[in-house]
Design a protein around this ligand. Structure first.
Ligand code: UD1
Length: 352
């Protein structure tokens, strides 16, 4: 069996790392295709170094552009690649980025079966580019790996044609597999210094938050009301948006960091403030409370007993959420759990 795995953005490198290991355990041959959506060393290379991903078969070098141009560039590159190769048995796509959508559309037109890992997530907000990417990808996928029961219900309601598999969550595998390495990783400055005492970790990268100065200002004001230092890992898009804005004294800015560093910081932080989807779950699995800087979440299970709180970008809401963190022994419901590893379920079902 031969598969082509399409990756392009940070969270996809993490998911592909564990799925790739599972494919190798089953003797499945894999070509890893990097679309080039993320290209900075801190957004891409470091993940390959830390996660032991196999070398990529090709990098399409799509880079940054408007959604239409970026998606089109990835589609053109992929179409050339897939036509030149012997037929693959599957194309694997992950999550909800423009690389996911482009991969699914091209494979679909070439009649190559599509496996979508992390299928069925919904925010029900069609103004989010990721929501459009998810809905379209799920409609044309043949095998849909659903991390949660909620994801399965969403897809049943939409009547998708592909086969649904309750696979569990491959991001949970990644936390399980990489946590001990992460705990041993050395932190560069200023992370090491901040990490010696209580701190909150923060990330912001959603277009909805970065492209609206009022929302971004609200977030910064919310950070300023935290009673402890806020370590803010700044995505390249956010760095541009922050130009000319005043950064509160308790906020320490840092470049984006690799997966192991992120896990270590998440594990040590008193709480997380983020608009990332993946980090809401990672925080939950590490029992670090999360304040989500959005009005909705795809991962509604994380809201159980206040482990995750939706604060949007209102400074008052962000501040009061920080005063209402759950006690360390607040019960959690299992999220994305399955017998064994989700990535092994993926490999097994591809073989079927
Ligand atoms: C993308 C995904 C998002 C995912 C995120 C993970 C889409 C629509 N969005 O968002 O779902 O959560 O990745 O990080 O696919 N840039 C750089 N260097 C890079 C990459 C990006 O400078 O290596 C800058 C560019 O200015 C670019 C902007 O960031 O225009 C946005 O990058 P893009 O990859 O389009 O989307 P993300 O915001 O990273």
């Amino acid at each position: 069996m031969r598969v082509c795995t399409i990756i392009g953005a940070r969270p996809q490198f993490v998911k592909a790392a564990v799925v790739s290991q599972a494919l190798r355990r089953r003797g499945i041959e894999e070509d890893l295709l990097h679309t080039g959506q993320h290209y900075d060393a801190a957004m891409s290379d470091i993940f390959f170094q830390q996660l032991g991903l196999p070398p990529v078969a090709a990098n399409l070098g799509a880079g940054s552009a408007t959604h239409a141009r970026q998606t089109a560039a990835i589609m053109t590159g992929l179409d050339d690649w897939l036509r030149q190769r012997d037929r693959y048995d599957w194309v694997i796509v992950f999550g909800d980025t423009n690389s996911t959508l482009a991969g699914a559309l091209v494979a679909s037109k070439l009649h190559i079966p599509i496996a979508h890992v992390e299928a069925g997530l919904r925010s029900f907000d069609h103004r989010m580019p990721e929501e459009v990417n998810r809905v379209v990808t799920d409609q044309i996928s043949d095998l849909l790996f659903c991390p949660t029961d909620t994801a399965i219900e969403n897809l049943r309601r939409e009547g998708v044609a592909g086969r649904l598999v309750a696979s569990g969550d491959v991001m949970r595998d990644a936390v399980t597999v990489f946590l001990s390495n992460a705990r041993g990783v050395e932190l560069p400055e200023p992370l090491a210094r901040v990490c010696t005492d209580d701190f909150a970790l923060a990330t912001v990268h959603r277009a909805h938050n970065t492209d609206d100065p009022n929302r971004l200002a609200g977030i910064l004001e919310g950070f300023s009301r935290a009673q402890l230092p806020v370590l803010f890992l700044v995505h390249p898009r956010t760095r541009i948006a922050l130009r000319g804005m005043s950064i509160p004294d308790n906020v320490v800015l840092s470049e984006p960091v690799g997966y192991l560093h992120t896990l270590r910081l998440l594990d040590s932080a008193v709480y997380l403030m983020t608009d990332s989807g993946g980090m809401q779950k990672e925080a939950y699995w590490l029992s670090t409370p999360c304040i989500t800087l959005r009005d909705e979440t795809e991962w509604t299970e994380t809201l159980t007993n206040g482990w995750n709180q939706l604060a949007g970008t209102d400074p008052e809401c962000i501040a009061t959420s920080a005063q209402r963190l759950p006690p360390p022994d607040a019960p959690q419901v299992p999220i994305g759990e399955v017998d064994g590893l989700a990535s092994d379920v993926v490999a097994r079902e591809l073989m079927r």
